[in-house]
Design a protein around this ligand. Structure first.
Ligand code: PLP
Length: 469
């Protein structure tokens, strides 16, 4: 028996429907304006179906319309910024928000959001305070620097440095250090934006101290070193150390600034991680200013840190750009407890999320992979083969670029290699309630378990029943 068809004239009015009891709870929850707009769009759809001769009468009852609206309203209210599972194997993944913060930092952010705070208010004197003062002392203690300030990110720290110290004058940088980070940060571009003239010294693979010395002239304002974060040059190479460059700077009374990129507040080799220059060692070697990110190896919120000589930091803080690039209270709230963790470095691998992930033992990840393999295999079905295999993760965000960390995870391959089957699988994983992001390579999908902590495993297991392949 065919369902009775409706015509466009049978479609009830928006006004009449809005007053029906089935829609009342929707109006109470989502507000009249949103329900009206979704209802209008829904009735337009019904009208089109009626004109095409495909609209059944049953679709016109309020009992049919209300749930359809509810589905659309919930979908439109779902947050756009959502938690995902980062199984890419890149711990500090810029596209996935870089460092995940420890619980102390999250608590501090919630408190700072919930109540007024002494952001720029000196509780001792009752006078106006300086927001940087909240973390300056801690940063100086951890780096050995005289003074410190903080801005929106490391790109901002470099921009502020160049604009304040080298505007309309020359900055010397080695050709081997004119790097691009993640497509949007290029040293020559930042230099231009800051109004500083870039003087390239040396060659791509070799730069000597004499190259800098020869380029110093009356218009030179700054000597700069950039940590070549995301690539390495090997072979016949030579670069000038911070100590050598600082000595040259002192002889000519020119400040030396170092963009350390990730930089680290502790020596990572004590946990068998690849060496990365520490901020303290860079300051000790004589750098006058050191800029670094707070959300890379440091493991904190997005921010750019600047530490160095008091007189230079004072100049930076007086620049109008500093006001434009300053951080908000949420950043400072998160930063303070993260920096605090560095006071007890021996506990960092437990307490600092980033370091905990970087130092995970492959054996633990292997056990996890063996446990999860049957669950994922069952969910993906016979068209895919899921195996637990060793793999390599990376730190990411330009830190420790060459060295890879031994890791373990699941590798998914299509049993019959049909075109698009891996793309389909990736799309299905992204459509899960908490999207799963892996890494496609060599005709397989690699799910690196390094960033799946035990506390997340239950949520990870629970959602496979919702996979729609
Ligand atoms: C990452 C990086 C930057 C940019 O830092 P953001 O905090 O992302 O702005 C600048 N310089 C170097 C050397 C870097 O590694």
């Amino acid at each position: 028996m065919e369902a009775p068809l409706a015509s466009a004239a049978d479609i009830p009015s928006v006004d009449r429907l809005l007053h029906r009891p089935a829609l009342a709870p929707l109006v109470a929850r989502h507000g009249r304006a949103q329900v009206t707009s979704v209802l209008r769009a829904h009735l337009d759809d019904l009208r089109r179906a009626a004109l095409a001769g495909t609209l059944g009468r049953s679709a016109l009852t309020e009992e049919a319309i209300a749930p359809a609206l509810e589905t659309k309203l919930s979908a439109s209210e779902r947050p756009r910024l959502r938690p995902v599972f980062n199984l890419t194997g890149t711990v500090l993944h810029t596209n996935l928000g870089r460092a995940v913060l420890p619980a102390e930092a999250v608590r501090a952010v919630v408190e700072a959001l919930t109540a007024p705070v002494n952001l720029e208010f000196d509780l001792d004197s009752g006078a106006r305070g300086d927001r940087d003062a909240l973390i300056e002392e801690l940063l100086c203690e951890l780096t050995g620097a005289e003074a410190a300030t903080v801005v929106n990110n490391n790109a901002a720290a470099v921009l502020l440095t160049l604009s304040t110290l080298a505007s309309r004058r020359e900055t010397l940088v080695s050709r081997g250090e004119l790097v691009e980070i993640g497509g949007s940060f290029r040293i020559p571009d930042i230099m231009r934006q800051a109004g500083a003239k870039l003087i390239e010294v040396g060659s791509t693979n070799r730069t000597h101290l004499s190259d800098y010395a020869a380029a110093i002239g009356a218009r030179t304002a700054l000597l700069m070193k950039v940590h070549t974060s995301n690539y390495a040059i090997s072979g016949f190479t030579k670069s000038v150390s911070v100590a050598e460059l600082s000595e040259l700077g002192r002889a000519h009374q020119l400040p030396v600034a170092v963009d350390l990129g990730s930089g680290s507040l502790v020596d990572l080799t004590r946990w068998q991680l690849p060496a990365e220059p520490t901020v303290r060692a860079t300051v000790a070697a004589g750098a006058d200013l050191v800029a670094f990110s707070a959300d890379k190896l440091l493991g904190g919120p997005q921010a750019g840190m600047l530490v160095g000589r008091a007189e230079l930091i004072r100049k930076l803080k007086k620049s109008p750009l500093k006001r434009a690039l300053r951080v908000g209270k949420l950043t400072l709230a998160a930063l303070e407890p993260v920096l605090g963790l560095y006071r007890a470095p021996e506990f960092l691998p437990q307490r600092l999320t980033t370091l905990r992930l970087l130092t995970r033992a492959p054996a633990g990840m292997k056990a996890q992979a063996v446990r999860l393999q049957p669950i994922v295999q069952r969910a993906l079905g016979a068209a895919y083969q899921v195996r637990d295999e060793p793999m390599s993760s990376q730190t990411g965000s330009g830190a420790l670029p060459v060295d890879q960390l031994p890791s373990h995870g699941l590798v998914v391959r299509a049993v019959k290699a049909r075109r698009g089957s891996l793309d389909r699988l990736e799309a299905a994983l992204r459509a899960l309630p908490r999207p799963v992001i892996g890494r496609a390579a060599d005709k397989a999908l690699w799910l690196d378990l390094r960033c799946l902590e035990a506390s997340d495993e239950e949520a990870f297991e629970a959602q496979w029943s919702e996979l729609r392949l």
